[in-house]
Design a protein around this ligand. Structure first.
Ligand code: CA2
Length: 143
């Protein structure tokens, strides 16, 4: 059976490609989604790609991942650094979680160095722009 992977994106990531290309690159979120879906086909995975600016909606989507999904890739945007609610929802999952960030958090402001998600994720990929999502998908390659 094809494994389904949920890819969640947090606040302001819908603005990708419109500002700060030196930090986040020139790609839009739609470009990244397209590339993830193309790669997923070759990996025999199915991708469900979503973005929300609302913490509660992200919590609900994480809860939804408890049924029918084999893995979760999450770029929680700024909620990475603030949200105990997202961390608690992630803790209730029994599937592997990969945390992704476009930018290298550790080259940036101190407040971005702490993530509420990293300790509950299997791993963290940051600093590779949109390519990071594809690297994360590779970790779910069918064996
Ligand atoms: O590097 C990442 O992927 C981040 O998750 C992006 C978040 C930031 O708060 C995290 O610290 C690191 C910000 C996403 C906002 O992206 C924009 C892109 C273009 C224009 C405006 C916002």
């Amino acid at each position: 059976m094809t494994q389904k992977i949920l890819i969640l994106n947090g606040p302001n990531l819908n603005l990708l490609g419109t500002r700060e290309p030196e930090i986040y690159g020139k790609e839009t979120l739609a470009d990244i989604e397209k590339q993830c879906k193309a790669l997923a086909k070759t990996l025999k995975l199915e991708v469900d790609f979503r973005q929300s600016n609302h913490e509660g909606e992200l919590v609900e989507w994480i809860q939804e991942a408890r049924k029918g999904f084999g893995g979760l890739i999450i770029n929680a945007g700024a909620y990475t650094h603030t949200s105990v609610a997202l961390r608690d929802a992630l803790l209730a999952l029994q599937i592997p979680i990969v945390e992704v960030h476009l930018s290298n958090l550790f080259k940036r402001e101190e407040f971005r160095h702490h993530s509420y998600i990293s300790a509950v994720a299997k791993g963290l990929i940051c600093g590779f722009g949109g390519q990071g999502y594809k690297l994360a998908l590779e970790t779910f390659k069918a064996k």
